[in-house]
Write a protein that binds this ligand. Structure first.
Ligand SMILES: [Zn+2]
Length: 653
């Protein structure tokens, strides 16, 4: 059973013991004489790998979420030990030879795919190198994992913010924000760079100076401590792939993705950038024109006006004034319990899932919720919601696998680590920002994918092993239900007045989403370009900060503020490395996945939803992503739906 309340010492000890047992099992398995078969070799190997992956997943959760700093540290160490186990395993040539000797003549397709992916993973880790080089790649891989964790930990532990001289500096912010940010004894109010403070201030704060200062702090999170970590990471990754015979890390990172080659990614990003030319100009002109109403002599937008910030101040103003959408008013209809229960109801209607509170396992923090998930009365998994920010906790939003889930080996479990809810009020009383509701749905889309796919036979055919540039398609598709009028109307109710969100407000909200959209996508294009570019360069003599500035100015078409050190908190540079483009590539697919629902005229068409779950989510990584999509659409996906979306409503109404 999974326990989340271990002390640092207990976690260390239990983790070390469990890893030792798995190490023994692996040695025994490697020593087993042939002939090797699916039953006598692959099955036991799979068990070992899943166990170690789950030790690492549990430890990783403790590292990212445990309130106790010592336990977080122990979680980090254990997670790195599990990574080291995998790094060693992947270059174990005895195992490799045994796996390759297995006769797959009578095996089912899932098993064949599982073995293919396992073999490719071991090859890409260096199993075919000579012994001295194998030692080198393992050492480098271990160092890379350590550095990636350090990079993440530095971002999570950042404690930046600004001090505002009294409530006047927070003009424009909603009343519930003001009531949870009262002045201290000295009359001053501290605003942190954590999301529940940052997003409202950037969207509503009328005081441009406060927005400027807060954005500057935010774009200096983990600076300067992450710069040397990044230098090491780039150098080690470069050395790692050179030992394997690849020209650069980007080439390596992209090789097993849908795109296959960095060139394909670069052309894809150029294509989107070109598509954005006209709508981004419209965005700029509209936002600037609105700014000039307040500041007639303004000649350009500043970063804190919303150029660099999706959902920024002037986009919010335009939505209010031209579309009648006051997102502060929207908060009234979005109390957290209603949103959460709305999600559960939606999953019942779409996929026949039931979420029941799980109370028998002690959790790592009192604000965390757990739910057992059932379909037709049969348990299919468990999920955890940890949505309140805390010091030292993961400070972005993501789904973390807690347990893999395989047929005959326990059910999948996943945790949403997000920061939507206020630290100052109980979760049940917190109202959500609409943009956070969309993010909640996004992360929930990952969770569904995990819960529905975690019933296969092999670790290497689970969701974690589908091409990574597909992984953001189910999540981005699921965001659409948070934008669906019929779905919103069901749960968005103001508990104080009993009033349901007015349908014309939802219609205007949907239309208003075009404001600032091109800027938001352009920002993604920039980050994706940077991620690809930084891993395509020779790290010798590379100044990452300078490259960041160059790529920023090329893509965004405006100067980069030298006061910012945004690169230090760009957390995706570790896990996603060169493939931040994943979000955009997956968005293109997600837009097309939406078309069968649109053809039915309803996002809540049960038959389409069930077919989507069956063809796209449930198979996990057991089929190539393009085939999952083809089975659902009945054709290959295209760029068309995405292009229509980028250009839709991009001129003022
Ligand atoms: Zn995602």
């Amino acid at each position: 059973m999974l326990t989340f309340t271990l002390s640092a010492e207990e976690l260390r000890q239990q983790g070390a013991e469990s890893l030792f047992v798995e190490q023994q099992r692996l040695s025994e398995l490697a020593a087993r004489p042939g002939p090797h078969t699916v039953e006598n070799f692959l099955g036991p190997l799979n068990q070992i790998l899943v166990s170690v992956r789950d030790i690492g997943a549990h430890a990783g959760l403790m590292f990212q979420a445990h309130p106790n700093a010592e336990t977080r540290q122990a979680g980090r160490e254990l997670s790195e030990a599990a990574d080291r186990f995998f790094n060693e395993f992947r270059v174990n040539e005895t195992i490799f030879r045994a796996v390759r000797s297995i006769d797959l003549g009578g095996a089912d397709p899932e098993t064949v795919v599982g073995v293919e992916k396992l073999v490719r993973d071991m090859r890409r880790a260096g199993v075919e190198l000579d012994l001295p080089r194998r030692k080198q790649v393992v050492e480098l891989a271990n160092q890379i994992d350590r550095d990636a964790n350090e990079f993440a930990a530095n971002i999570a532990s950042a404690d930046r913010g600004v001090v505002v001289d009294g409530p006047d500096g927070l003009r424009g912010l909603p009343p519930d924000f003001l009531s949870s940010h009262r002045p201290g004894a000295d009359g001053k109010i501290r605003i942190s760079t954590k999301y529940p403070d940052l997003f409202p201030v950037m969207a509503y704060g009328a005081d441009a100076e406060v927005r400027r200062r807060l954005l500057r702090e935010f774009l200096n999170v983990a600076f300067p401590e992450n710069l040397p970590v990044l230098d090491r990471l780039l150098a080690d990754r470069s050395e790692f792939v050179h030992l394997l015979g690849y020209p650069d890390y980007a080439y390596y990172a992209v090789e097993d993705k849908m795109t296959g080659r960095p060139r394909v990614v670069a052309e894809f990003l150029d294509r989107i950038a070109k598509l954005l030319d006209a709508p981004a100009r419209v965005d700029r002109d509209r936002l600037l024109a609105r700014k000039q109403k307040d500041h007639p002599d303004a000649i350009d937008l500043e970063d804190w006006d919303g150029r660099l910030w999706p959902g920024g101040y002037y986009a919010t103003k335009i939505r209010e004034e031209e579309y009648g959408v006051d997102t502060r008013r929207l908060r009234a209809y979005l109390p957290y319990p209603a949103v959460r229960n709305g999600l559960f109801d939606l999953c019942r209607d779409l996929f026949g899932l039931e979420f029941r509170p799980h109370t028998s396992t002690p959790l790592w923090h009192p604000s965390v919720e757990a739910y057992d998930v059932e379909r037709d009365g049969v348990p299919i998994g468990r999920c955890y919601f940890d949505l309140v920010p805390r010091s030292g906790k993961f400070n972005h939003a993501a789904q973390f696998d807690v347990r893999t889930g395989l047929s005959g080996n326990g059910l999948p479990q996943g945790a949403l680590l997000c920061n939507f809810l206020s630290e100052q009020a109980p979760p049940e009383e917190t109202r959500m920002e609409y943009r956070d509701v969309v993010t909640f749905f996004h992360e929930f889309g990952h969770l569904l994918h995990h819960l529905l796919s975690g019933h296969g036979r092999w670790l290497y055919t689970t969701m974690g092993f589908v091409e990574w540039d597909f992984i953001e398609a189910p999540s981005q598709l699921f965001e659409e239900w948070a934008r669906d009028p019929a779905t919103l109307a069901r749960f968005a109710k103001d508990p104080d007045t009993g009033e349901t969100i007015p349908s014309d407000l939802i219609a205007r909200l949907k239309k208003s989403e075009a404001v600032g959209r091109a800027f938001a996508v352009l920002r993604q294009v920039f980050l994706a370009s940077l991620s690809l570019e930084i891993y395509s360069r020779d790290p010798n003599g590379l100044d990452p900060s300078r490259l960041f500035q160059e790529v920023y100015e090329k893509r965004m078409g405006v100067p980069y503020n030298p006061d910012y050190h945004w690169i230090a908190s760009f957390g995706h540079l570790t896990g996603y490395s060169a493939i931040y483009y994943t979000y955009l590539w997956s968005a293109v697919i997600a837009r097309d996945l939406l078309t069968p629902f649109e053809a039915k005229g309803s996002l809540t068409d049960r038959a389409t939803a069930e077919r989507y779950a069956r063809e796209v989510l449930t198979p996990g990584g057991s089929r190539p992503a393009a085939e999952l999509v083809r089975r659902f659409l009945g054709r290959d996906y295209t760029f068309d739906a995405y292009q229509r979306w980028v250009l839709a409503d991009s001129t003022p109404s």
